[in-house]
Design a protein around this ligand. Structure first.
Ligand SMILES: Cc1cc2nc3c(=O)[nH]c(=O)nc-3n(C[C@H](O)[C@H](O)[C@H](O)COP(=O)(O)OP(=O)(O)OC[C@H]3O[C@@H](n4cnc5c(N)ncnc54)[C@H](O)[C@@H]3O)c2cc1C
Length: 441
C-alpha cells in the first residue's frame, strides 16, 4: 500500500481554507494527508470587518474556526518561518516551545498579504491597520472610548484630539471602515449630551485623485460626494507627512492632533515570500502560471494576495488581490491538486472581474456589478445579501443574520471594553494595594 501524499497548506485564510475544504471533500480516504498551518485558529471573513467594527455584526461571527470546518485535516497553529522548495520542507514556529520541520509532497502556499506601510515618522507608534478582527474590535472600543473621554474632559485640546479620526488610504478597506465607524459614532452621539456630531473631525487622506477605484470612476465620484455630504473631510492628492505622538502633518500644510490614525493604504505580499525560495515578480508576488503552479516548482501551488497569477481575461495583467479572485482561485487550485495526484490535466484559472459592492454605513452603500451602477439603500442591501451568501458555513450565516435582525429592533451596543487589551489591570491593582495595606489577620 502506498503512503498518503502529504499536502501542506501554508495559510488558513480565504485561499487556504477554501482549498482545504474542497480537498477534504474531493480526495478519497487514504489518498492524501492534509495539514493546514495558520497563525490563528480561525479564518477571517475580511469583508465583514467594517460591520464588526461598527457593532452591526458580533466580531466572533465574522471568523470561522478551522478545526470545526476542516475536520478531515490536521490544523497546526503557528507560523511558517521559511520554506525550502528543493528539500520540500517548511519550518514551523509555535507560539511557545520549540518549532519543527514539516515535510511535504505538495505545497499550497497562501500566506496572503500585510499592510503596505511607508517610513512616515510616528506611523508605527500612532497608527493601526485594518486587516484583522482584533484590529476591528480594537477600533470599535477605541472610537467609543474617545467619545467617553470627550464627554468627560474639560480640556479643549484633549477633547479635540479625542474627536479627531484620521484614515489614510481610500480603497474599500479604508472607505468602508471610515464610513461604518463614522456612522456608528454619529448614531451614538445622542448618548453624549456634550458631543455634537459636528464636533467630530473625520478625515480621509488619499494620495491619488480618486476614491474606491473598485466601483469605477463614476461611482467613486458619487461616493466622494456622499462622504463629503456627511461632513467627512476627504483630501485627494494628499499625503501624510508625519504622525509623531498623534500630531498629524499632511503635505498640504494641515496640522492637528488626533488620537486615531488608521492606515489602510493598500497591501503587499506577506514577507514570508522572501524566505520561501520561490520565484518573485517585481512586486514581490510569487510567480505562478494560470493553472496556479509556481514557476519552476511543479509541486508548489499558490493563489490569493501573495501570488502573481496571469489574468486571462486581460492579457498582460495579473489578477487583483481580492476575495473574489481568492475564493475562485482556491476552487481551481484544489481541483488542480487533485488532477496532479491522479495524473490528469490541470485547468487554467479564468475569471472576469464582476465588480464590487461596498457598505457606507447603515442603509448606505455603493456598487458596480457587471457594469450596473447601484447607489444607496439597494446597494447596501445587495452588499448584505451578497456577503451573507458568501460567508462560510450555515452556522455563521445564521449568526450574522440574527445580529442584523436584532439590530432592527434594538439599539446597538455602545460599551467600550477598552480594558480587554489589558485584562490583568484590575488584578494587578489588587496585588499592589495588598502589598501596601497591612493584613487584618
Ligand atoms: C477590511 C477588508 C475588507 C475587504 N473587503 C473585500 C471585499 O469586499 N471584496 C473583496 O473581493 N475583497 C475584500 N478584501 C480583500 C480580501 O479579504 C483578500 O483579498 C483575501 O483575504 C485574500 O485571501 P488570501 O487567502 O490570499 O489571504 P488571507 O485571507 O489574508 O489569508 C492569509 C492567511 O495566512 C496566514 N498567515 C500569514 N502568514 C503566515 C505564516 N507565516 N504562517 C502561517 N500562516 C500565515 C494569515 O494568518 C491568514 O490567515 C477585503 C480586505 C480587507 C482587509
Amino acid at each position: 500500500m502506498t503512503a498518503p501524499v502529504r499536502i501542506l497548506i501554508v495559510g488558513g485564510g480565504y485561499v487556504g481554507m477554501y482549498v482545504a475544504l474542497r480537498l477534504q471533500r474531493k480526495l478519497r480516504r487514504g489518498e492524501a494527508r492534509i495539514t493546514v498551518v495558520n497563525i490563528d485558529s480561525y479564518m477571517t471573513y475580511q469583508p465583514f470587518l467594517p460591520e464588526a467594527a461598527a457593532g452591526n455584526v458580533e466580531a466572533r461571527h465574522v471568523v470561522v474556526p478551522l478545526r470545526r470546518v476542516l475536520h478531515k485535516c490536521e490544523i497546526l497553529n503557528g507560523w511558517v518561518a521559511g520554506v525550502d522548495p528543493v528539500a520540500r520542507t517548511a519550518d514551523l514556529c509555535l507560539h511557545e516551545g520549540p518549532g519543527r520541520t514539516l515535510e511535504y509532497d505538495i505545497l499550497v502556499f497562501a500566506p496572503g498579504s500585510i499592510s503596505r506601510t511607508l517610513p512616515i515618522p510616528g506611523l508605527a507608534g500612532s497608527g493601526i491597520g485594518f486587516k484583522s478582527v482584533e484590529e476591528a474590535i480594537h477600533l470599535r472600543d477605541h472610537v467609543l472610548g474617545q467619545l467617553d473621554l470627550a464627554e468627560s474632559t474639560t480640556d479643549r485640546a484633549v477633547r479635540a484630539k479625542a474627536l479627531s479620526f484620521v484614515f489614510v488610504g481610500a480603497g474599500y478597506a479604508g472607505v468602508e471602515a471610515l464610513a461604518e465607524l463614522e456612522d456608528m459614532a454619529r448614531d451614538v452621539c445622542r448618548y453624549y449630551p456634550t458631543v455634537d456630531p459636528g464636533d467630530m473631525r473625520w478625515l480621509l487622506v488619499e494620495a491619488s485623485d480618486r476614491i474606491l477605484p473598485e466601483v469605477g470612476p463614476e461611482m467613486g465620484r458619487w461616493t466622494l460626494e456622499q462622504l463629503r455630504g456627511r461632513g467627512i473631510d476627504v483630501r485627494l492628492g494628499t499625503r501624510l507627512n508625519s504622525a509623531v505622538d498623534g500630531h498629524i502633518v499632511l503635505d498640504d500644510g494641515t496640522e492637528f492632533d488626533a488620537d486615531t490614525l488608521v492606515w489602510t493604504a493598500g497591501v503587499k505580499p506577506n514577507p514570508l515570500v522572501h524566505v520561501s525560495g520561490l520565484p518573485l515578480d517585481e512586486k514581490s508576488r510569487v510567480k505562478a502560471s494560470a493553472d496556479l503552479v509556481v514557476e519552476g516548482f511543479p509541486d508548489v501551488f499558490t493563489a490569493g494576495d501573495c501570488a502573481a497569477v496571469p489574468d486571462l481575461t486581460k492579457p498582460g495583467e495579473m489578477c487583483a488581490p481580492n476575495a473574489q479572485n481568492a475564493v475562485r482561485q482556491a476552487r481551481t487550485l484544489a481541483d488542480n491538486v487533485v488532477a496532479t495526484l491522479r495524473g490528469r490535466v490541470r485547468r487554467p484559472y479564468r475569471h472576469a472581474y464582476a465588480g464590487s459592492v461596498a457598505t457606507l454605513g447603515l442603509h448606505k452603500g455603493v456598487a458596480q456589478i457587471y457594469g450596473r451602477k447601484i447607489r444607496g439603500l439597494p446597494a447596501w442591501f445587495m452588499h448584505r445579501t451578497y456577503h451573507l451568501s458568501r460567508v462560510p458555513t450555515v452556522n455563521k450565516k445564521v449568526r450574522v443574520l440574527t445580529d442584523w435582525t436584532l439590530g432592527l429592533f434594538f439599539k446597538r451596543e455602545i460599551v467600550s471594553l477598552g480594558a480587554i487589551s489589558d485584562p490583568r489591570q484590575e488584578f494587578e491593582l489588587a496585588i499592589r494595594t495588598e502589598s501596601r495595606v497591612p493584613s487584618s489577620r
